[in-house]
Design a binder for this molecule. Structure first.
Ligand code: BTN
Length: 277
């Protein structure tokens, strides 16, 4: 028997107010927000909602996650009320042309990185940068991650669940990640309104996803490059089938793959593991 889903709560008033203020920019996106107290993973609930027909732009958000997931099988530390744990159902014209989806999970993922970097900048003034593929960092410390999970049936993309986590308030992180993570408040040294970051993130996502659907991936990629100085000229290690190999980043190609040159070869990293040295 499948587990009973948790019960959705009303969207807290302070979040509803700032979301309403951005109604014109949202243009119907995020018109449904399912808000929860504690869940395993908002991506799981959003995927369930999408499979039951939830429309493009449906949002699932929680105060805490007990099984928050990151990329590459990692966990996403999600303490209560300290961050934003948000997943959005996307169905933006997921048609197939010449055997390839017009909008791939990877173009959506890069678009989300741009939108979230811009949202953090405009909502708080924090100059967050993108680290390939879509981590948001300040210096070497990460404060936001994106996990896009696609559902396909008979080879066709049905929907994408775009999950993002943002460390907003000061929090104590587990020792194994404490040196590599930060929060908006830790960087700015002042309190930050979590609701403003939430609403601005959704408004920026809505705008950039409309641009993507209208064929604007080239412009988004240009913006991505400008927000990601470490995608060129940085020393990295790439996990190849033959183990970790050191090299220098030389940019991203038209599909958003990271290019790395190294002694004796070059790597085109599509979804792999990259360590910054
Ligand atoms: C990463 O950087 O590895 C991606 C982290 C993504 C975390 C978010 S939090 C909301 C959504 N639900 C999850 O379980 N993961 C994503």
């Amino acid at each position: 028997m499948s587990e009973m889903p948790p019960r959705a709560l009303p969207l807290p008033e302070e979040f509803a107010v700032v979301l309403n203020r951005r109604a014109a920019r949202l243009d119907g996106f995020a018109s449904r927000v399912a808000w929860y107290d504690t869940v395993t993973s908002t991506n799981d609930l959003a995927d369930r909602a999408a499979s039951a027909g939830a429309p493009h732009g449906t949002v699932v958000a929680a105060e805490a996650q007990e099984g928050g997931r990151g990329r590459m099988g990692r966990t996403w530390y999600s303490p209560p009320g300290a961050g934003l744990y948000v997943s959005v159902v996307l169905r933006p014209g997921l048609t197939v042309a010449q055997g390839r989806p017009v909008l791939s999970a990877s173009s959506i993922t890069l678009t989300a990185g741009v939108a979230l970097a811009e949202a953090l900048r405009s909502a708080t003034g924090l100059p967050a940068e993108i680290k390939w593929p879509n981590d948001l960092v300040v210096g070497r410390r990460k404060l936001c991650g994106v996990l896009a999970e696609a559902a396909a049936a008979a080879g066709d993309l049905q929907h994408v669940v775009l999950g993002f986590g943002v460390n907003v308030h000061l929090a104590t992180y587990p020792t194994e990640i404490a040196e590599r993570v930060t929060s908006i408040e830790a960087e700015l040294g002042r309190p930050v309104d979590r609701a403003e970051v939430f609403a601005e993130a959704l408004a920026c996502l809505a705008e950039r996803l409309r641009q993507l659907s209208a064929g604007g991936f080239g412009g988004i990629l240009d913006r991505w490059r400008a927000l990601s100085p470490t995608s060129t000229g940085a020393r990295v290690e790439v996990l190849t089938p033959r183990g970790w190999r050191a090299g220098i980043t030389t940019g991203v190609d038209a599909d958003g793959a990271l290019l790395v040159t190294r002694e004796g070869g070059a790597e085109r990293v599509v979804a792999g593991e990259v360590r910054w040295l």
